[in-house]
Write a protein of this length. Structure first.
Length: 107
């Protein structure tokens, strides 16, 4: 965005705009132009509902170790957990299938 495209408003002007409804979505607004197929060539679908909120109690030593490393400590904890899950899944897929025990003879 260039400096000439930036608009500046006072608080009073912003309040007037809000009262007129200038800030809100207009369902009757005309549609924009169609996007070309090239727009979608590198598009990727992301599922934003993949996170689950939990209450987790940690040992103080573990929590403060990550927190002492600065901003992003929760993300780093999650990265460690993801690495653990990945390693466990790799171990499970590499392990040979369990052998069935032969049937026990009776009588």
């Amino acid at each position: 965005m260039t400096e000439e495209n930036i608009k500046r408003y006072t608080l009073a002007e912003l309040r007037e705009m809000r009262d007129r409804g200038d800030y809100f979505y207009d369902p009757n607004a005309p549609e924009g132009p169609d996007l070309p197929d090239s727009f979608w060539e590198n598009a990727a679908l992301f599922d934003t509902d993949q996170k689950t909120s939990v209450h987790l109690k940690l040992d103080a030593e573990v929590f403060f170790f990550f927190k002492s490393q600065g901003k992003g400590h929760i993300t780093r904890m999650q990265d460690v957990l993801k690495a653990y899950v990945k390693a466990q899944k790799a171990k499970q897929s590499a392990a040979p299938a369990p052998q069935e025990k032969p049937a026990r003879k009776t009588g």
